[in-house]
Design a protein around this ligand. Structure first.
Ligand code: ADP
Ligand code: MG
Length: 401
């Protein structure tokens, strides 16, 4: 499958002002960027545009400032970090709209980079207010969306603005959509999907989709206790959620050719803490006074085996409370199996990616998705408003400017 939207690669940008939506919603610590992964992920698009002689106006949200300015959520540290990465000065406008931003963007020349302040300082952003969208559109000659992680939201900067400007996909967004779409639509088989993490309700849409298209779905994390409870198995003090949804998924799995695998053993702890008393348990019944905090070694090796035999692996969600050393082994085993797998490997989900990084394996995976919610919605088969709003590949803007 080829990407059906117009790409920034094919846009005529020389001497033009390009308004670029990026996802710079990064963690901050003491007024500095604590993790610049998302900033680095947008560099290919930014560098392509600068090399081709565009002037860039970048826009992003950061945190949840609720429609009014909050100095703690200023993009100033992000502009500084981006400037270091690009080796150029990145100017920061004091706001988002006219009055704070000079509509001509001053003397912004080819290769220059200006960043708007946090989009969510404006109440119209999350409401997809057409007035704000039009205001943003006035700043540029064309629009590029590279904020895959925000593209599942119909906001002024991700969807509305495309009503007023020719709209193109950035390189990151294009790659994300291509890689994730390939997993569901044309994977090398067998397709093995490993799903874990906290909640059944977060991932039930993805479970359902993969029961239709995958060869194996392997369940781990706290999520497995929803499945066990639905089967009448004792879960002790484990985190249990989404029992009814899990029960429905079990029913669907019976009708499906896809094999749904659940853990066969566990690591138990007294409480969610690194120094709690802990033990392995053969079987999956959790006695009163204990909670399941990781999958056990038999499960880990069965899952690793399935991963090693896959043509394509998608992994989303840790197998246990990997942040706590006594409960990290299941997630480590899956991460190592994914890293070593001969098939195509794709990892998504904030905590799964954090786990990969913790084990130093992020470079051994074919594609690490930057979009948590957006990647889940795409995998579920939902349309992403920030992608739908872009020009179709065949209706690119006439380029005789
Ligand atoms: P992702 O961000 O990769 O999509 P989630 O946010 O769904 O993953 O879940 C990650 C969280 O789930 C982690 O903080 C981890 O500690 C927690 N978790 C996983 N397994 C368990 C468990 N058995 N009990 C309690 N918490 C768990
Ligand atoms: Mg998470």
């Amino acid at each position: 499958m080829s990407f059906a939207k117009a790409s920034v690669r094919d846009a005529e940008v020389k001497g033009r002002r390009v308004l670029v939506r990026v996802d710079f919603n990064v963690p901050l610590a003491e007024g500095e960027v604590a993790d610049d992964t998302r900033i680095r992920a947008a560099l290919p698009t930014i560098e392509l545009l600068r090399e081709r002689g565009a002037a860039l106006i970048l826009m992003s949200h950061l945190g949840r400032p609720k429609g009014k300015p909050d100095p703690a959520l200023s993009l100033a540290p992000v502009a500084k970090r981006l400037g270091e990465l690009l080796g150029t000065q990145v100017k920061l406008a004091p706001g988002v709209i006219e009055g704070d931003v000079d509509l001509t963007c001053g003397a912004l020349g080819p290769g220059d980079v200006l960043m708007l302040e946090n989009l969510r300082f404006e109440p119209g952003e999350t409401k997809n207010d057409p007035k704000l969208a039009e205001n943003l559109a006035q700043l540029g000659d064309l629009y590029v969306n590279d904020a895959f992680g925000a593209s599942h939201r119909a906001h002024a900067s991700t969807a509305g603005v495309a009503d007023y400007l020719p709209a193109y996909a950035g390189l990151l967004l294009e790659r994300e959509v291509t890689e994730l779409t390939r997993v569901v639509e044309s994977p090398q088989r067998p397709l093995v999907v490993v799903l874990g993490g906290a909640k059944v309700s977060d991932k039930v849409g993805v479970i359902d989709r993969f029961l239709e298209v995958a060869d194996k779905v392997l369940i781990g994390g706290a999520m497995c206790f929803g499945f066990f409870k639905a089967q009448g198995i004792e879960t002790g003090n484990s985190l249990v959620e989404g029992v009814e949804l899990a029960g429905e998924a079990l029913e669907r799995a019976k009708q499906s050719d896809c094999e749904l695998m659940l853990p066969v053993d566990l690591v138990l702890g007294r409480e969610f803490s690194a120094d709690t008393e802990h033990k392995e348990s053969d079987g999956v019944e959790v006695p009163e006074g204990w909670m399941g905090l990781d999958v056990g070694p038999k499960t880990a090796s069965a899952y690793a085996q399935a991963v090693s035999e896959a043509g394509t692996v998608l992994w989303n969600g840790p197998m246990g409370a990997f942040e706590l050393e006594p409960f990290a082994a299941g997630t480590r085993a899956v991460a190592e199996a994914v890293a070593a797998a001969p098939g195509t490997t794709v990892v998504g989900g904030g905590d799964s990616v954090a786990a990969l990084n913790q084990f130093g394996l992020e470079d051994k995976v074919d594609w690490v998705s930057t979009g948590g919610g957006a990647s889940l919605e795409l995998l579920e088969g939902k349309e992403l408003p920030g992608v739908e709003a872009l020009l179709d590949a065949e209706e690119e803007e006439e380029t005789d400017v």
